[in-house]
Design a protein around this ligand. Structure first.
Ligand SMILES: [Zn+2]
Length: 320
C-alpha cells in the first residue's frame, strides 16, 4: 500500500491565523472516526461495484497512516473511534493507533446507526465492537461515538446502555439541527447525558458556533472543510469564554485527508457534502494542529468524571 505523498496537499491560501497556541490555553480534544469510506451514511442503500468498494476500502490504511504520521510529527495524541469490524480485518491498523499512544474508542461494530437498532441489538453491537478492539490493544475501551451521531431524542435509551456497559464517556450527541442527526438544545460543553431509564454518562459534544437563533456546526467533517477556519477559531474562543468546563471536541475522518480516493456515486447534495474541500483539508488540519494544544478524550473524561457533581445534567429524550 502506497503512502499518500504529503506534497499532494497543496497550499490553498488559507487566511492568516496566529500560528502558535497561547500559553495556558484550554486544551482541545482531537478525535478521528475510523471507517472505510464506503460505510458513510450517504452511501447507505447504494449497490456499489465490488471493485470500487475494494479500492475504497483499500484507502483506509494509507489514509490513517497519513494521519498517524502527521500527529507523530506534531507530538499530538488523539482519540480514534474505530469500527469494531476493523479489529478483525485490519488488526495492524488498530495496533498502530494504540502503539502511537492514541486512545482507541468504539465507533460501533459495522457502522450501523443506533437509529436502526433495538436496545438489545445496540448492546450486542457495542459489546462486540469493544471486545474486538480491546482484544487487539489489550486495553479496555472507555469511549464511544455512534455512527453519524445517531444518539438523538428517540434513541436516548442508548445512553442507559452505555452507562450500564461501563463506558466512561460518550461523544454521540451533536447539539445542532440537521436532517440526519442532532439534539439542537443539548449543552455546548461537556455534560451528563441522562437516558430514558435514568442512567447517566459523561457526554463530550462536538464544537459548534453559537449564532443568534442557531448553532453552526463547525467542529469537524464537511463543515471543517467547507467553512472558513476563522469560524472554528471563533467557536473555540466562545466555548472557552462561555462553557464550564471549557472543553471543545473536534472530529475528523482519515478519508477526509485522502484527495485521491475513488469517489462514490452519491447524489449531488451528498456528493458536495462529502467531497467539498478534500484537496485543501490536509493543509488546513496541519495549520490547525499548530494553533492549539490537543488532547485525548479519555484524559479529559477521567478529570471530568471526578467532578461529576459540577456538570449540568441534560435529558435528550422526550420522556414520553
Ligand atoms: Zn463514522
Amino acid at each position: 500500500m502506497k503512502p499518500i505523498p504529503s506534497g499532494q496537499r497543496d497550499g490553498t491560501g488559507e487566511p492568516a491565523l496566529s500560528d502558535s497556541p497561547s500559553m495556558g490555553e484550554a486544551p482541545v480534544i482531537l478525535s478521528f472516526d475510523v471507517e472505510e469510506h464506503y460505510r458513510i451514511e450517504a452511501a447507505a442503500g447504494l449497490s456499489l461495484d465490488p471493485d470500487l468498494k475494494a479500492r475504497s476500502g483499500g484507502r483506509l490504511v494509507p489514509a490513517t497512516d497519513w494521519v498517524l504520521d502527521l500527529l507523530g510529527r506534531h507530538g499530538i495524541q488523539a482519540t480514534f473511534f474505530i469500527v469494531g469490524e476493523i479489529a478483525r480485518t485490519d488488526p495492524g491498523l488498530v495496533r498502530a493507533v494504540h502503539a502511537a499512544g492514541h486512545e482507541v474508542g468504539s465507533h460501533g461494530w459495522d457502522h450501523r446507526r443506533v437509529l436502526s437498532m433495538s436496545p438489545e441489538e445496540f448492546r450486542r453491537d457495542l459489546r462486540q465492537s469493544c471486545d474486538a478492539l480491546a482484544q487487539v490493544t489489550g486495553v479496555g475501551i472507555q469511549g464511544y461515538r455512534a455512527p453519524t451521531f445517531s444518539i438523538v431524542r428517540r434513541t436516548a435509551w442508548a445512553l442507559d446502555v452505555l452507562a450500564e456497559e461501563g463506558l466512561l464517556y460518550d461523544s454521540s450527541i451533536y447539539p445542532v439541527r440537521h436532517d440526519r442527526y442532532g439534539v439542537p438544545d443539548a449543552p455546548r460543553g461537556p455534560f451528563l447525558a441522562e437516558g430514558d431509564g435514568g442512567g447517566t454518562i459523561l457526554e463530550l459534544p462536538p464544537a459548534l458556533l453559537r449564532l443568534p437563533g442557531m448553532n453552526l456546526p463547525v467542529g469537524g467533517g464537511g463543515y471543517f472543510r467547507l467553512l472558513p477556519p476563522v469560524l472554528l477559531e471563533r467557536a473555540l474562543g466562545q466555548i472557552r469564554r462561555d462553557c464550564r468546563p471549557a472543553v471543545a471536541m473536534l472530529y475528523f475522518h482519515p478519508w477526509e485527508f485522502d484527495p485521491d480516493q475513488p469517489r462514490l456515486p452519491l447524489n449531488p447534495l451528498s456528493r458536495f457534502r462529502t467531497y467539498v474541500g478534500l484537496r485543501r483539508s490536509g493543509t488546513r488540519l496541519e495549520s490547525l494542529l499548530r494553533r492549539h494544544r490537543f488532547v485525548r478524550a479519555v484524559d479529559v473524561a477521567r478529570q471530568l468524571n471526578a467532578r461529576r457533581d459540577e456538570l449540568d445534567v441534560f435529558r435528550p429524550g422526550t420522556g414520553l
